[in-house]
Design a protein around this ligand. Structure first.
Ligand code: LMR
Length: 328
């Protein structure tokens, strides 16, 4: 570890610098922003690392950097195009500079649950989305699930009016900015690693995220409570650079692709449960969780859904129709 972190601090990326990698192995650096063991993405990345290092020993070696220790999501895609990191799994909200097609996943109340998201992603339209950034140098390898988003603030949120005038941290996405504006709130884009501090010091009043993120980064500790709105989703694209992927020997690429597919299937099936466990952990730790009546929730739907109109051209009416058909 000492050698690895020293090498990192010095910006040395040679394979030999990494304790876990042997000479001659292809080094796969995977950077992400969540914890490694209590989060749908973190667990999947850890499992991928384990399997690659067990099954591809001598050929390839994966080194996962969780918790934004290597890059945050604003930096990681550029770093990937530079060849400084080979894999990442930013949320679909973080690809704005590369494609507008993923905006469908940010539209509020577009999908009722993660199964609907899964069905959309595994449809032909969803599969095609993995390749929409190829001409920009990025290749989507797999959709990874997190789950439904909840709202939290430094005061109780029951009706959408309760959010009026508050500042909400958002991921850097135009859809999410528009959604917060529809609520009469002011959106503040910010890296994930800065959210806890911003909530704690009052730089922002609230945020939206999944249970695993709210628990994993302890946001509930610095909020009045969390309202179970299930108003949107956070999901990920496991992504790599086209150049790097194509540079791999065929057998290495094939074996890696198979492992990725298996890890994806195994862990996506568990993402709902991981979030449920995180919700229970929030409650157990003394966090306040508020439920909405159907009428109260409908008020959030009525206020937020008009945001779709602004982005229909970006995402395509046919994709909205397909998503809605799945929900029905
Ligand atoms: C966020 O920025 O809130 C999330 O995208 C973080 C994550 O990776 O789940």
């Amino acid at each position: 570890f000492g050698v690895a972190s020293l090498a990192l601090a010095m910006g040395i990326g040679a394979p030999a610098a990494f304790a876990a990698c042997d000479d001659g192995e292809i080094v796969i650096k995977f950077s992400h922003v969540t914890n490694a063991d209590k989060h749908p993405k973190g667990i999947a990345a850890t499992l991928l690392q384990q399997r690659v290092n067990d099954e591809m020993n001598g050929k390839a070696c994966m080194e996962v950097f969780p918790n934004s220790t290597l890059y945050n999501d604003d930096q990681v895609l550029e770093a990937m195009l530079q060849g400084d990191v080979q894999m990442a799994a930013p949320s679909l909200s973080k690809f704005e500079q590369f494609t507008k097609k993923y905006r469908i996943f940010d539209l509020p109340f577009m999908f009722t649950n993660v199964e609907a998201v899964d069905e959309f992603q595994t449809s032909e339209a969803g599969e095609a989305m993995k390749e929409t950034m190829v001409r920009r140098g990025l290749l989507g390898l797999a959709f990874w699930h997190n789950g439904m988003k909840q709202m939290s603030a430094n005061k109780p949120l029951i009706m959408p009016e309760d959010a009026k005038g508050l500042k909400f941290r958002v991921q850097n996405s135009d859809v999410l900015k528009a959604q917060m504006k529809a609520m009469g709130a002011s959106p503040q884009p910010m890296a994930f690693s800065e959210v806890y501090g911003a909530l704690q010091t009052g730089v922002v009043d609230g945020q939206e995220n999944t249970w695993s993120n709210i628990y994993g980064k302890k946001f509930f500790e610095v909020q009045d409570g969390v309202t179970e709105t299930n108003h949107g989703i956070i999901d990920y694209m496991l992504v790599t650079s086209v150049d790097w992927w194509e540079s791999l020997p065929d057998d290495v690429r094939d074996q890696l692709a198979t492992i990725i597919q298996e890890v994806t299937d195994t862990r996506n099936a568990q993402s709902f449960q991981v979030n449920q466990d995180a919700k229970q952990a929030v409650i157990k730790a003394g966090g306040v969780v508020r439920q909405l009546t159907p009428e109260q929730r409908q008020a959030w739907v009525d206020l937020m859904k008009p945001v779709w109109a602004e982005f229909t051209d970006d995402v395509g009416q046919e994709n909205i129709d397909a998503a809605q058909a799945i929900n029905a």
